[in-house]
Design a protein around this ligand. Sequence first.
Ligand code: ATP
Ligand code: MG
Ligand code: MG
Length: 398
Amino acid sequence: GYRKGGYHAARPGDRFAGGRFVAQRKLGWGNFSTVWLAYDTLLNRFVALKIQKSARDYAQAALHEIELLSAIAKGDPTNSKNVVRLLDHFKHAGPNGQHVCLVTEFLGDSLLRLIRYNRNKGIGLSRVKEICRSVLVGLDYLHRELGIIHTDLKPENVLLVSTINPSKDPVRSGFTPILERTVTNQYSGSVISFSEKMLKMRARRAVAKISQRRVSLGGVAAEMEKDRSLDGVNLKCKIVDFGNACWGSQQLAGEIQTRQYRAPEVIIGAGYSYSADMWSFACMAFELATGEVLFAPKTCQGCSEDEDHLALMMETLGKMPKKIASSGTRSKDYFDRHGDLKRIRRLKFWPLERLLVQRYNFTEPDAQGLADFLRPILDFTPENRPTAADCLKNPWLN
Ligand code: ATP
Ligand code: MG
Ligand code: MG
């Protein structure tokens, strides 16, 4: 982590970009970066500051992300396509090296947190539909208008959007950002520096205040915990983390996506396109509705995680067409010449709709509605899957 080439250790009150952005509190982190809530002293608003690790490969990845996010922002001047907005970027020199920094709009909790807050029970179908609509608008924009494949769509990478934004007027909203690590006594002229503990305490209190105002949407999640109705709250969300995204015309990595959301064509090495994002989208929608991951493969006795994954898919979705099963560079490792898995011979078929009724206690009509929406997106043949635009026309969403 925090060593040469690694993360930059920021503290509340630290200034960036010649003093314009002031770090407030760490919001999250990933393999590539730490992300901070920061205050933009030029435009008086809160922003998210992604501070990339400094080693060359990480810097390269950040520059790639900036390239994609710039195209995304340029094509969406009104910021209405449900993809995170890049506001600025710069380099920051720290003890561990040069860090590429991305400034984006400040968003709320991830869908993963929303699912967890709801104690893995699913968030209710009307909310699932709202979120699906939001994500599909984003995907349609990325795929059809820009030619970008996200390649890592999952609940962690979709963040809720605040309905109230105190950043417009932080003073009236009762929130004073941390601006300095030190204060000068105006009478004596002596400089007092805040203790680390005190700065952290202030930052915590500040974020709690924002949460109450639902900016972090911790507020929404907390209300859901108390079983209060969210009917009045319009759930909207945005797609983030374009660190692995690529142009549809130049796919780089062979292995994309996070395991549970990985499409079958990626597993067998048959190439991929925009439709791989649609597969992940369907997995995510199922998870929102049930609170559980659709496919959670494990390595088993004598078989790999990949093989278990393919078996799980077939148990839920039926046998993979032979033509597809044999179309990848790794097909021969997993399938025999009849198109059956070599090492997992007995499959227990449990179709989607039955799964929803028997395991997740959905009513028949609810199960049928959701299954009818998801099944075409989970088609083994990538070309058969509906596009995001097709899905948006589905009456189930409207
Ligand atoms: P990964 O290892 O997944 O590639 P990463 O280093 O590329 O991660 P991100 O996924 O972009 O980093 O961000 C890490 C976390 O920071 C997110 O999961 C989220 O919790 C938080 N975060 C990122 N962007 C924002 C934002 N705009 N507003 C609020 N929180 C954010
Ligand atoms: Mg991420
Ligand atoms: Mg990333």
